[in-house]
Design a protein around this ligand. Sequence first.
Ligand code: FBP
Length: 556
Amino acid sequence: MEISTLQKIRYNYYAKLPDEISGNVSGISIKLGEPTEALADRAELKEIFKLTYGKPIAGFTAGKNETSGQQFNVGVILSGGQAPGGHNVIAGIFDGLKKGNSESRLFGFSGGPSGLIEGKYTEITAQIINRYRNTGGFDIIGSGRTKIETPEQFNAALETVKKLNLDAVVVIGGDDSNTNAALLAEYFLERGVKTQVIGCPKTIDGDLKNEFIEASFGFDTAVKTYSELIGNIMRDANSAKKYWHFIKLMGRTASHITLEAALQTHPNVCFISEEIAGHGTSLGELVNTICDSVCKRAANGENFGVVLVPEGLVEFVPEMKALIAEINDIVARDSAGFEAHTPEKKRAHIIKELTPAAREAFDSLPDDIAGQLLNERDPHGNVQVSLIETEKLLANMTKKRLAALKKEGVYKGKFAPLTHFFGYEGRAAAPSNFDADYCYSLGFTAFLLIASGLTGYLSSVRNLCKGAGDWIAGGIPLTMMMNLERRHGSSKPVIKKALVDLKGKPFKTFAAARAQWAEKTCFVYPGAIQYFGPSEVCDTCTITLRLEHEAVKPVS
Ligand code: FBP
C-alpha cells in the first residue's frame, strides 16, 4: 500500500508520556483518594450502579505494582465518531500491556460496540499497530454507534468477554459510549465476571470534560484543522472582497469547536449555542445580528465577511428546541414504524401530533430544513444535527432580510453568500503532536488502571498546558460524571455533557472582542498544523485549554 512521505516519517514519532508513568511499570503503583458522588440524582444512580457507584479518584505514585509482570488479555472498542489520535490510544494500551508482560494480548473489536456483541475482533500485533502510529482515523478496527442496551446485547457482550477470557475492555468513546462503559462495568461485576471496563475520553466536540478531564482527545487537531480552513477562506474573502461565507462547524451539541475556532480566527459573526439558549434568542434575532454586521461592513465598503455557526445551533434556538424535543418524543413512541414511512407520511404524521406552537415553528421552515428534522435518529435517539443545513437556512434568511432593508433604504451593499460545512474534514486528520502525545498517554494510563484492578473508570491525563513530561495521569470513576436525563422518552443515566461555560474565560474573551470583529476585518490566519519546528507552533494546546487552565494574554 502506498503511503505519503509525511505518514512514513510520522511512524517514527515517539509519542511522549508523563514522566510519572514513563518508567518501569513494576514501579508504578496506584493511589486512591476519597469516595466520590455523582453530579446529581445520587440516590437513583446508587441504585443503578450498586457495585461501582462512588469509587475514589485514582492517581499514580512510585511504588511496587502488585500485579507486576502479570499477563493480561484486553479488548478495545472505538466507539462513535472519529477523533484524531484514536490509533495512538490503542498504541498506548498495546505498549503498556507489552511492557508489563510480552505475552499480554490486545483484541480490537470490529466496527464499534457491535463487535463486542457479535464477537468480531482482530488480535492487534506489533506489525499491525506500527502501521497506525500517529495516524488519523479509526480504520485500524473501525468504529460504530451501536448502543449496548437490551438484556440480550449485555448478555452477548458477556459471552464474548468470557470466550476471550478478557481481563478488561477499554471503551474509547464520548459521553454516551462511556455511559455504556459504566453500565457494562456494573453488569460484569454483578455477574461475578472478572472483566474490568475502562473508558477513554474521545470526541472532537470537546464536551466530555470536567475538573479532571481537561479535554477530550481529538478536539485539538480537529479545531486546528477547521481553523486553518477558516483562515484560508478569510484570506480568500479579504482578497476577492465579494462573498459572505457562512460556515457551519461540527459539534453535535456544545459550541466548544466554534468558540475555539473563533478565538483562533476572529470571524465577523459567530454564534455560541449556549448563549443563544440562555438569552432565548429566536432565529429572527440571529438573522438581525448577521444583518447588523453586513450593513456596518457594507457602509465601510466591505461587502464580505465570515459567519461561524455551530452545528448544534438549531437545538438551542428556543422555538426549534421545543420543536425537536416534540419530534423526538413522537418518533420514540414507535421509531421502527416511523422510519418505515415515506418522507411525505413522516411529515403528515408529525404535523398531526405536534402542539400548535411547535406546528407553527415547523411550518415556518423551508421544506428541505423541515425534512432534515425528520431524518433518522442516531442510536442514542438524537436528531442528527450534522445533516441539518443551518448555514443555508441562515444565509437564505439573511438574504431575504437584507432585501427588505434595501427597500427601506437602510442597506446599500451587495450580498453574495456562500455556504460550507466543516466536519468530516477534521475528524480523521492526522493527530497534532498534542493529540499524538495525549492519546498515547491516555491509552498507557488505561493499561495502568487495568493493571491496578480498577473498573468503571475513565482514563485521565491532566495538567495539559504544560509539557507532556509534567502531565498527571490517573482515573476518574465514571459514576462521578453522571446524572439522569430523558432519552427515547424515559429517564436514563448519562454522563453530563460539558457545554460552553458563559462565565468561563474562553467565552468572555470572545464576547469582549466580537463587536470589533463584527465591524472591522480582524481576521487571523492560523495556517496548517505543524509537526516539526519551533515548539510554539508544533506543541501548543488550544486557546480554550490555555484560557481555562493557564493565564494567557487576552485575544485582541
Ligand atoms: P462523537 O460524539 O461520537 O465523538 O461524534 C461527534 C460527531 O463528530 C459530532 O460532531 C457530529 O454531530 C456527529 O459526530 C456526526 O455523526 P456521524 O459520524 O454519525 O455522521
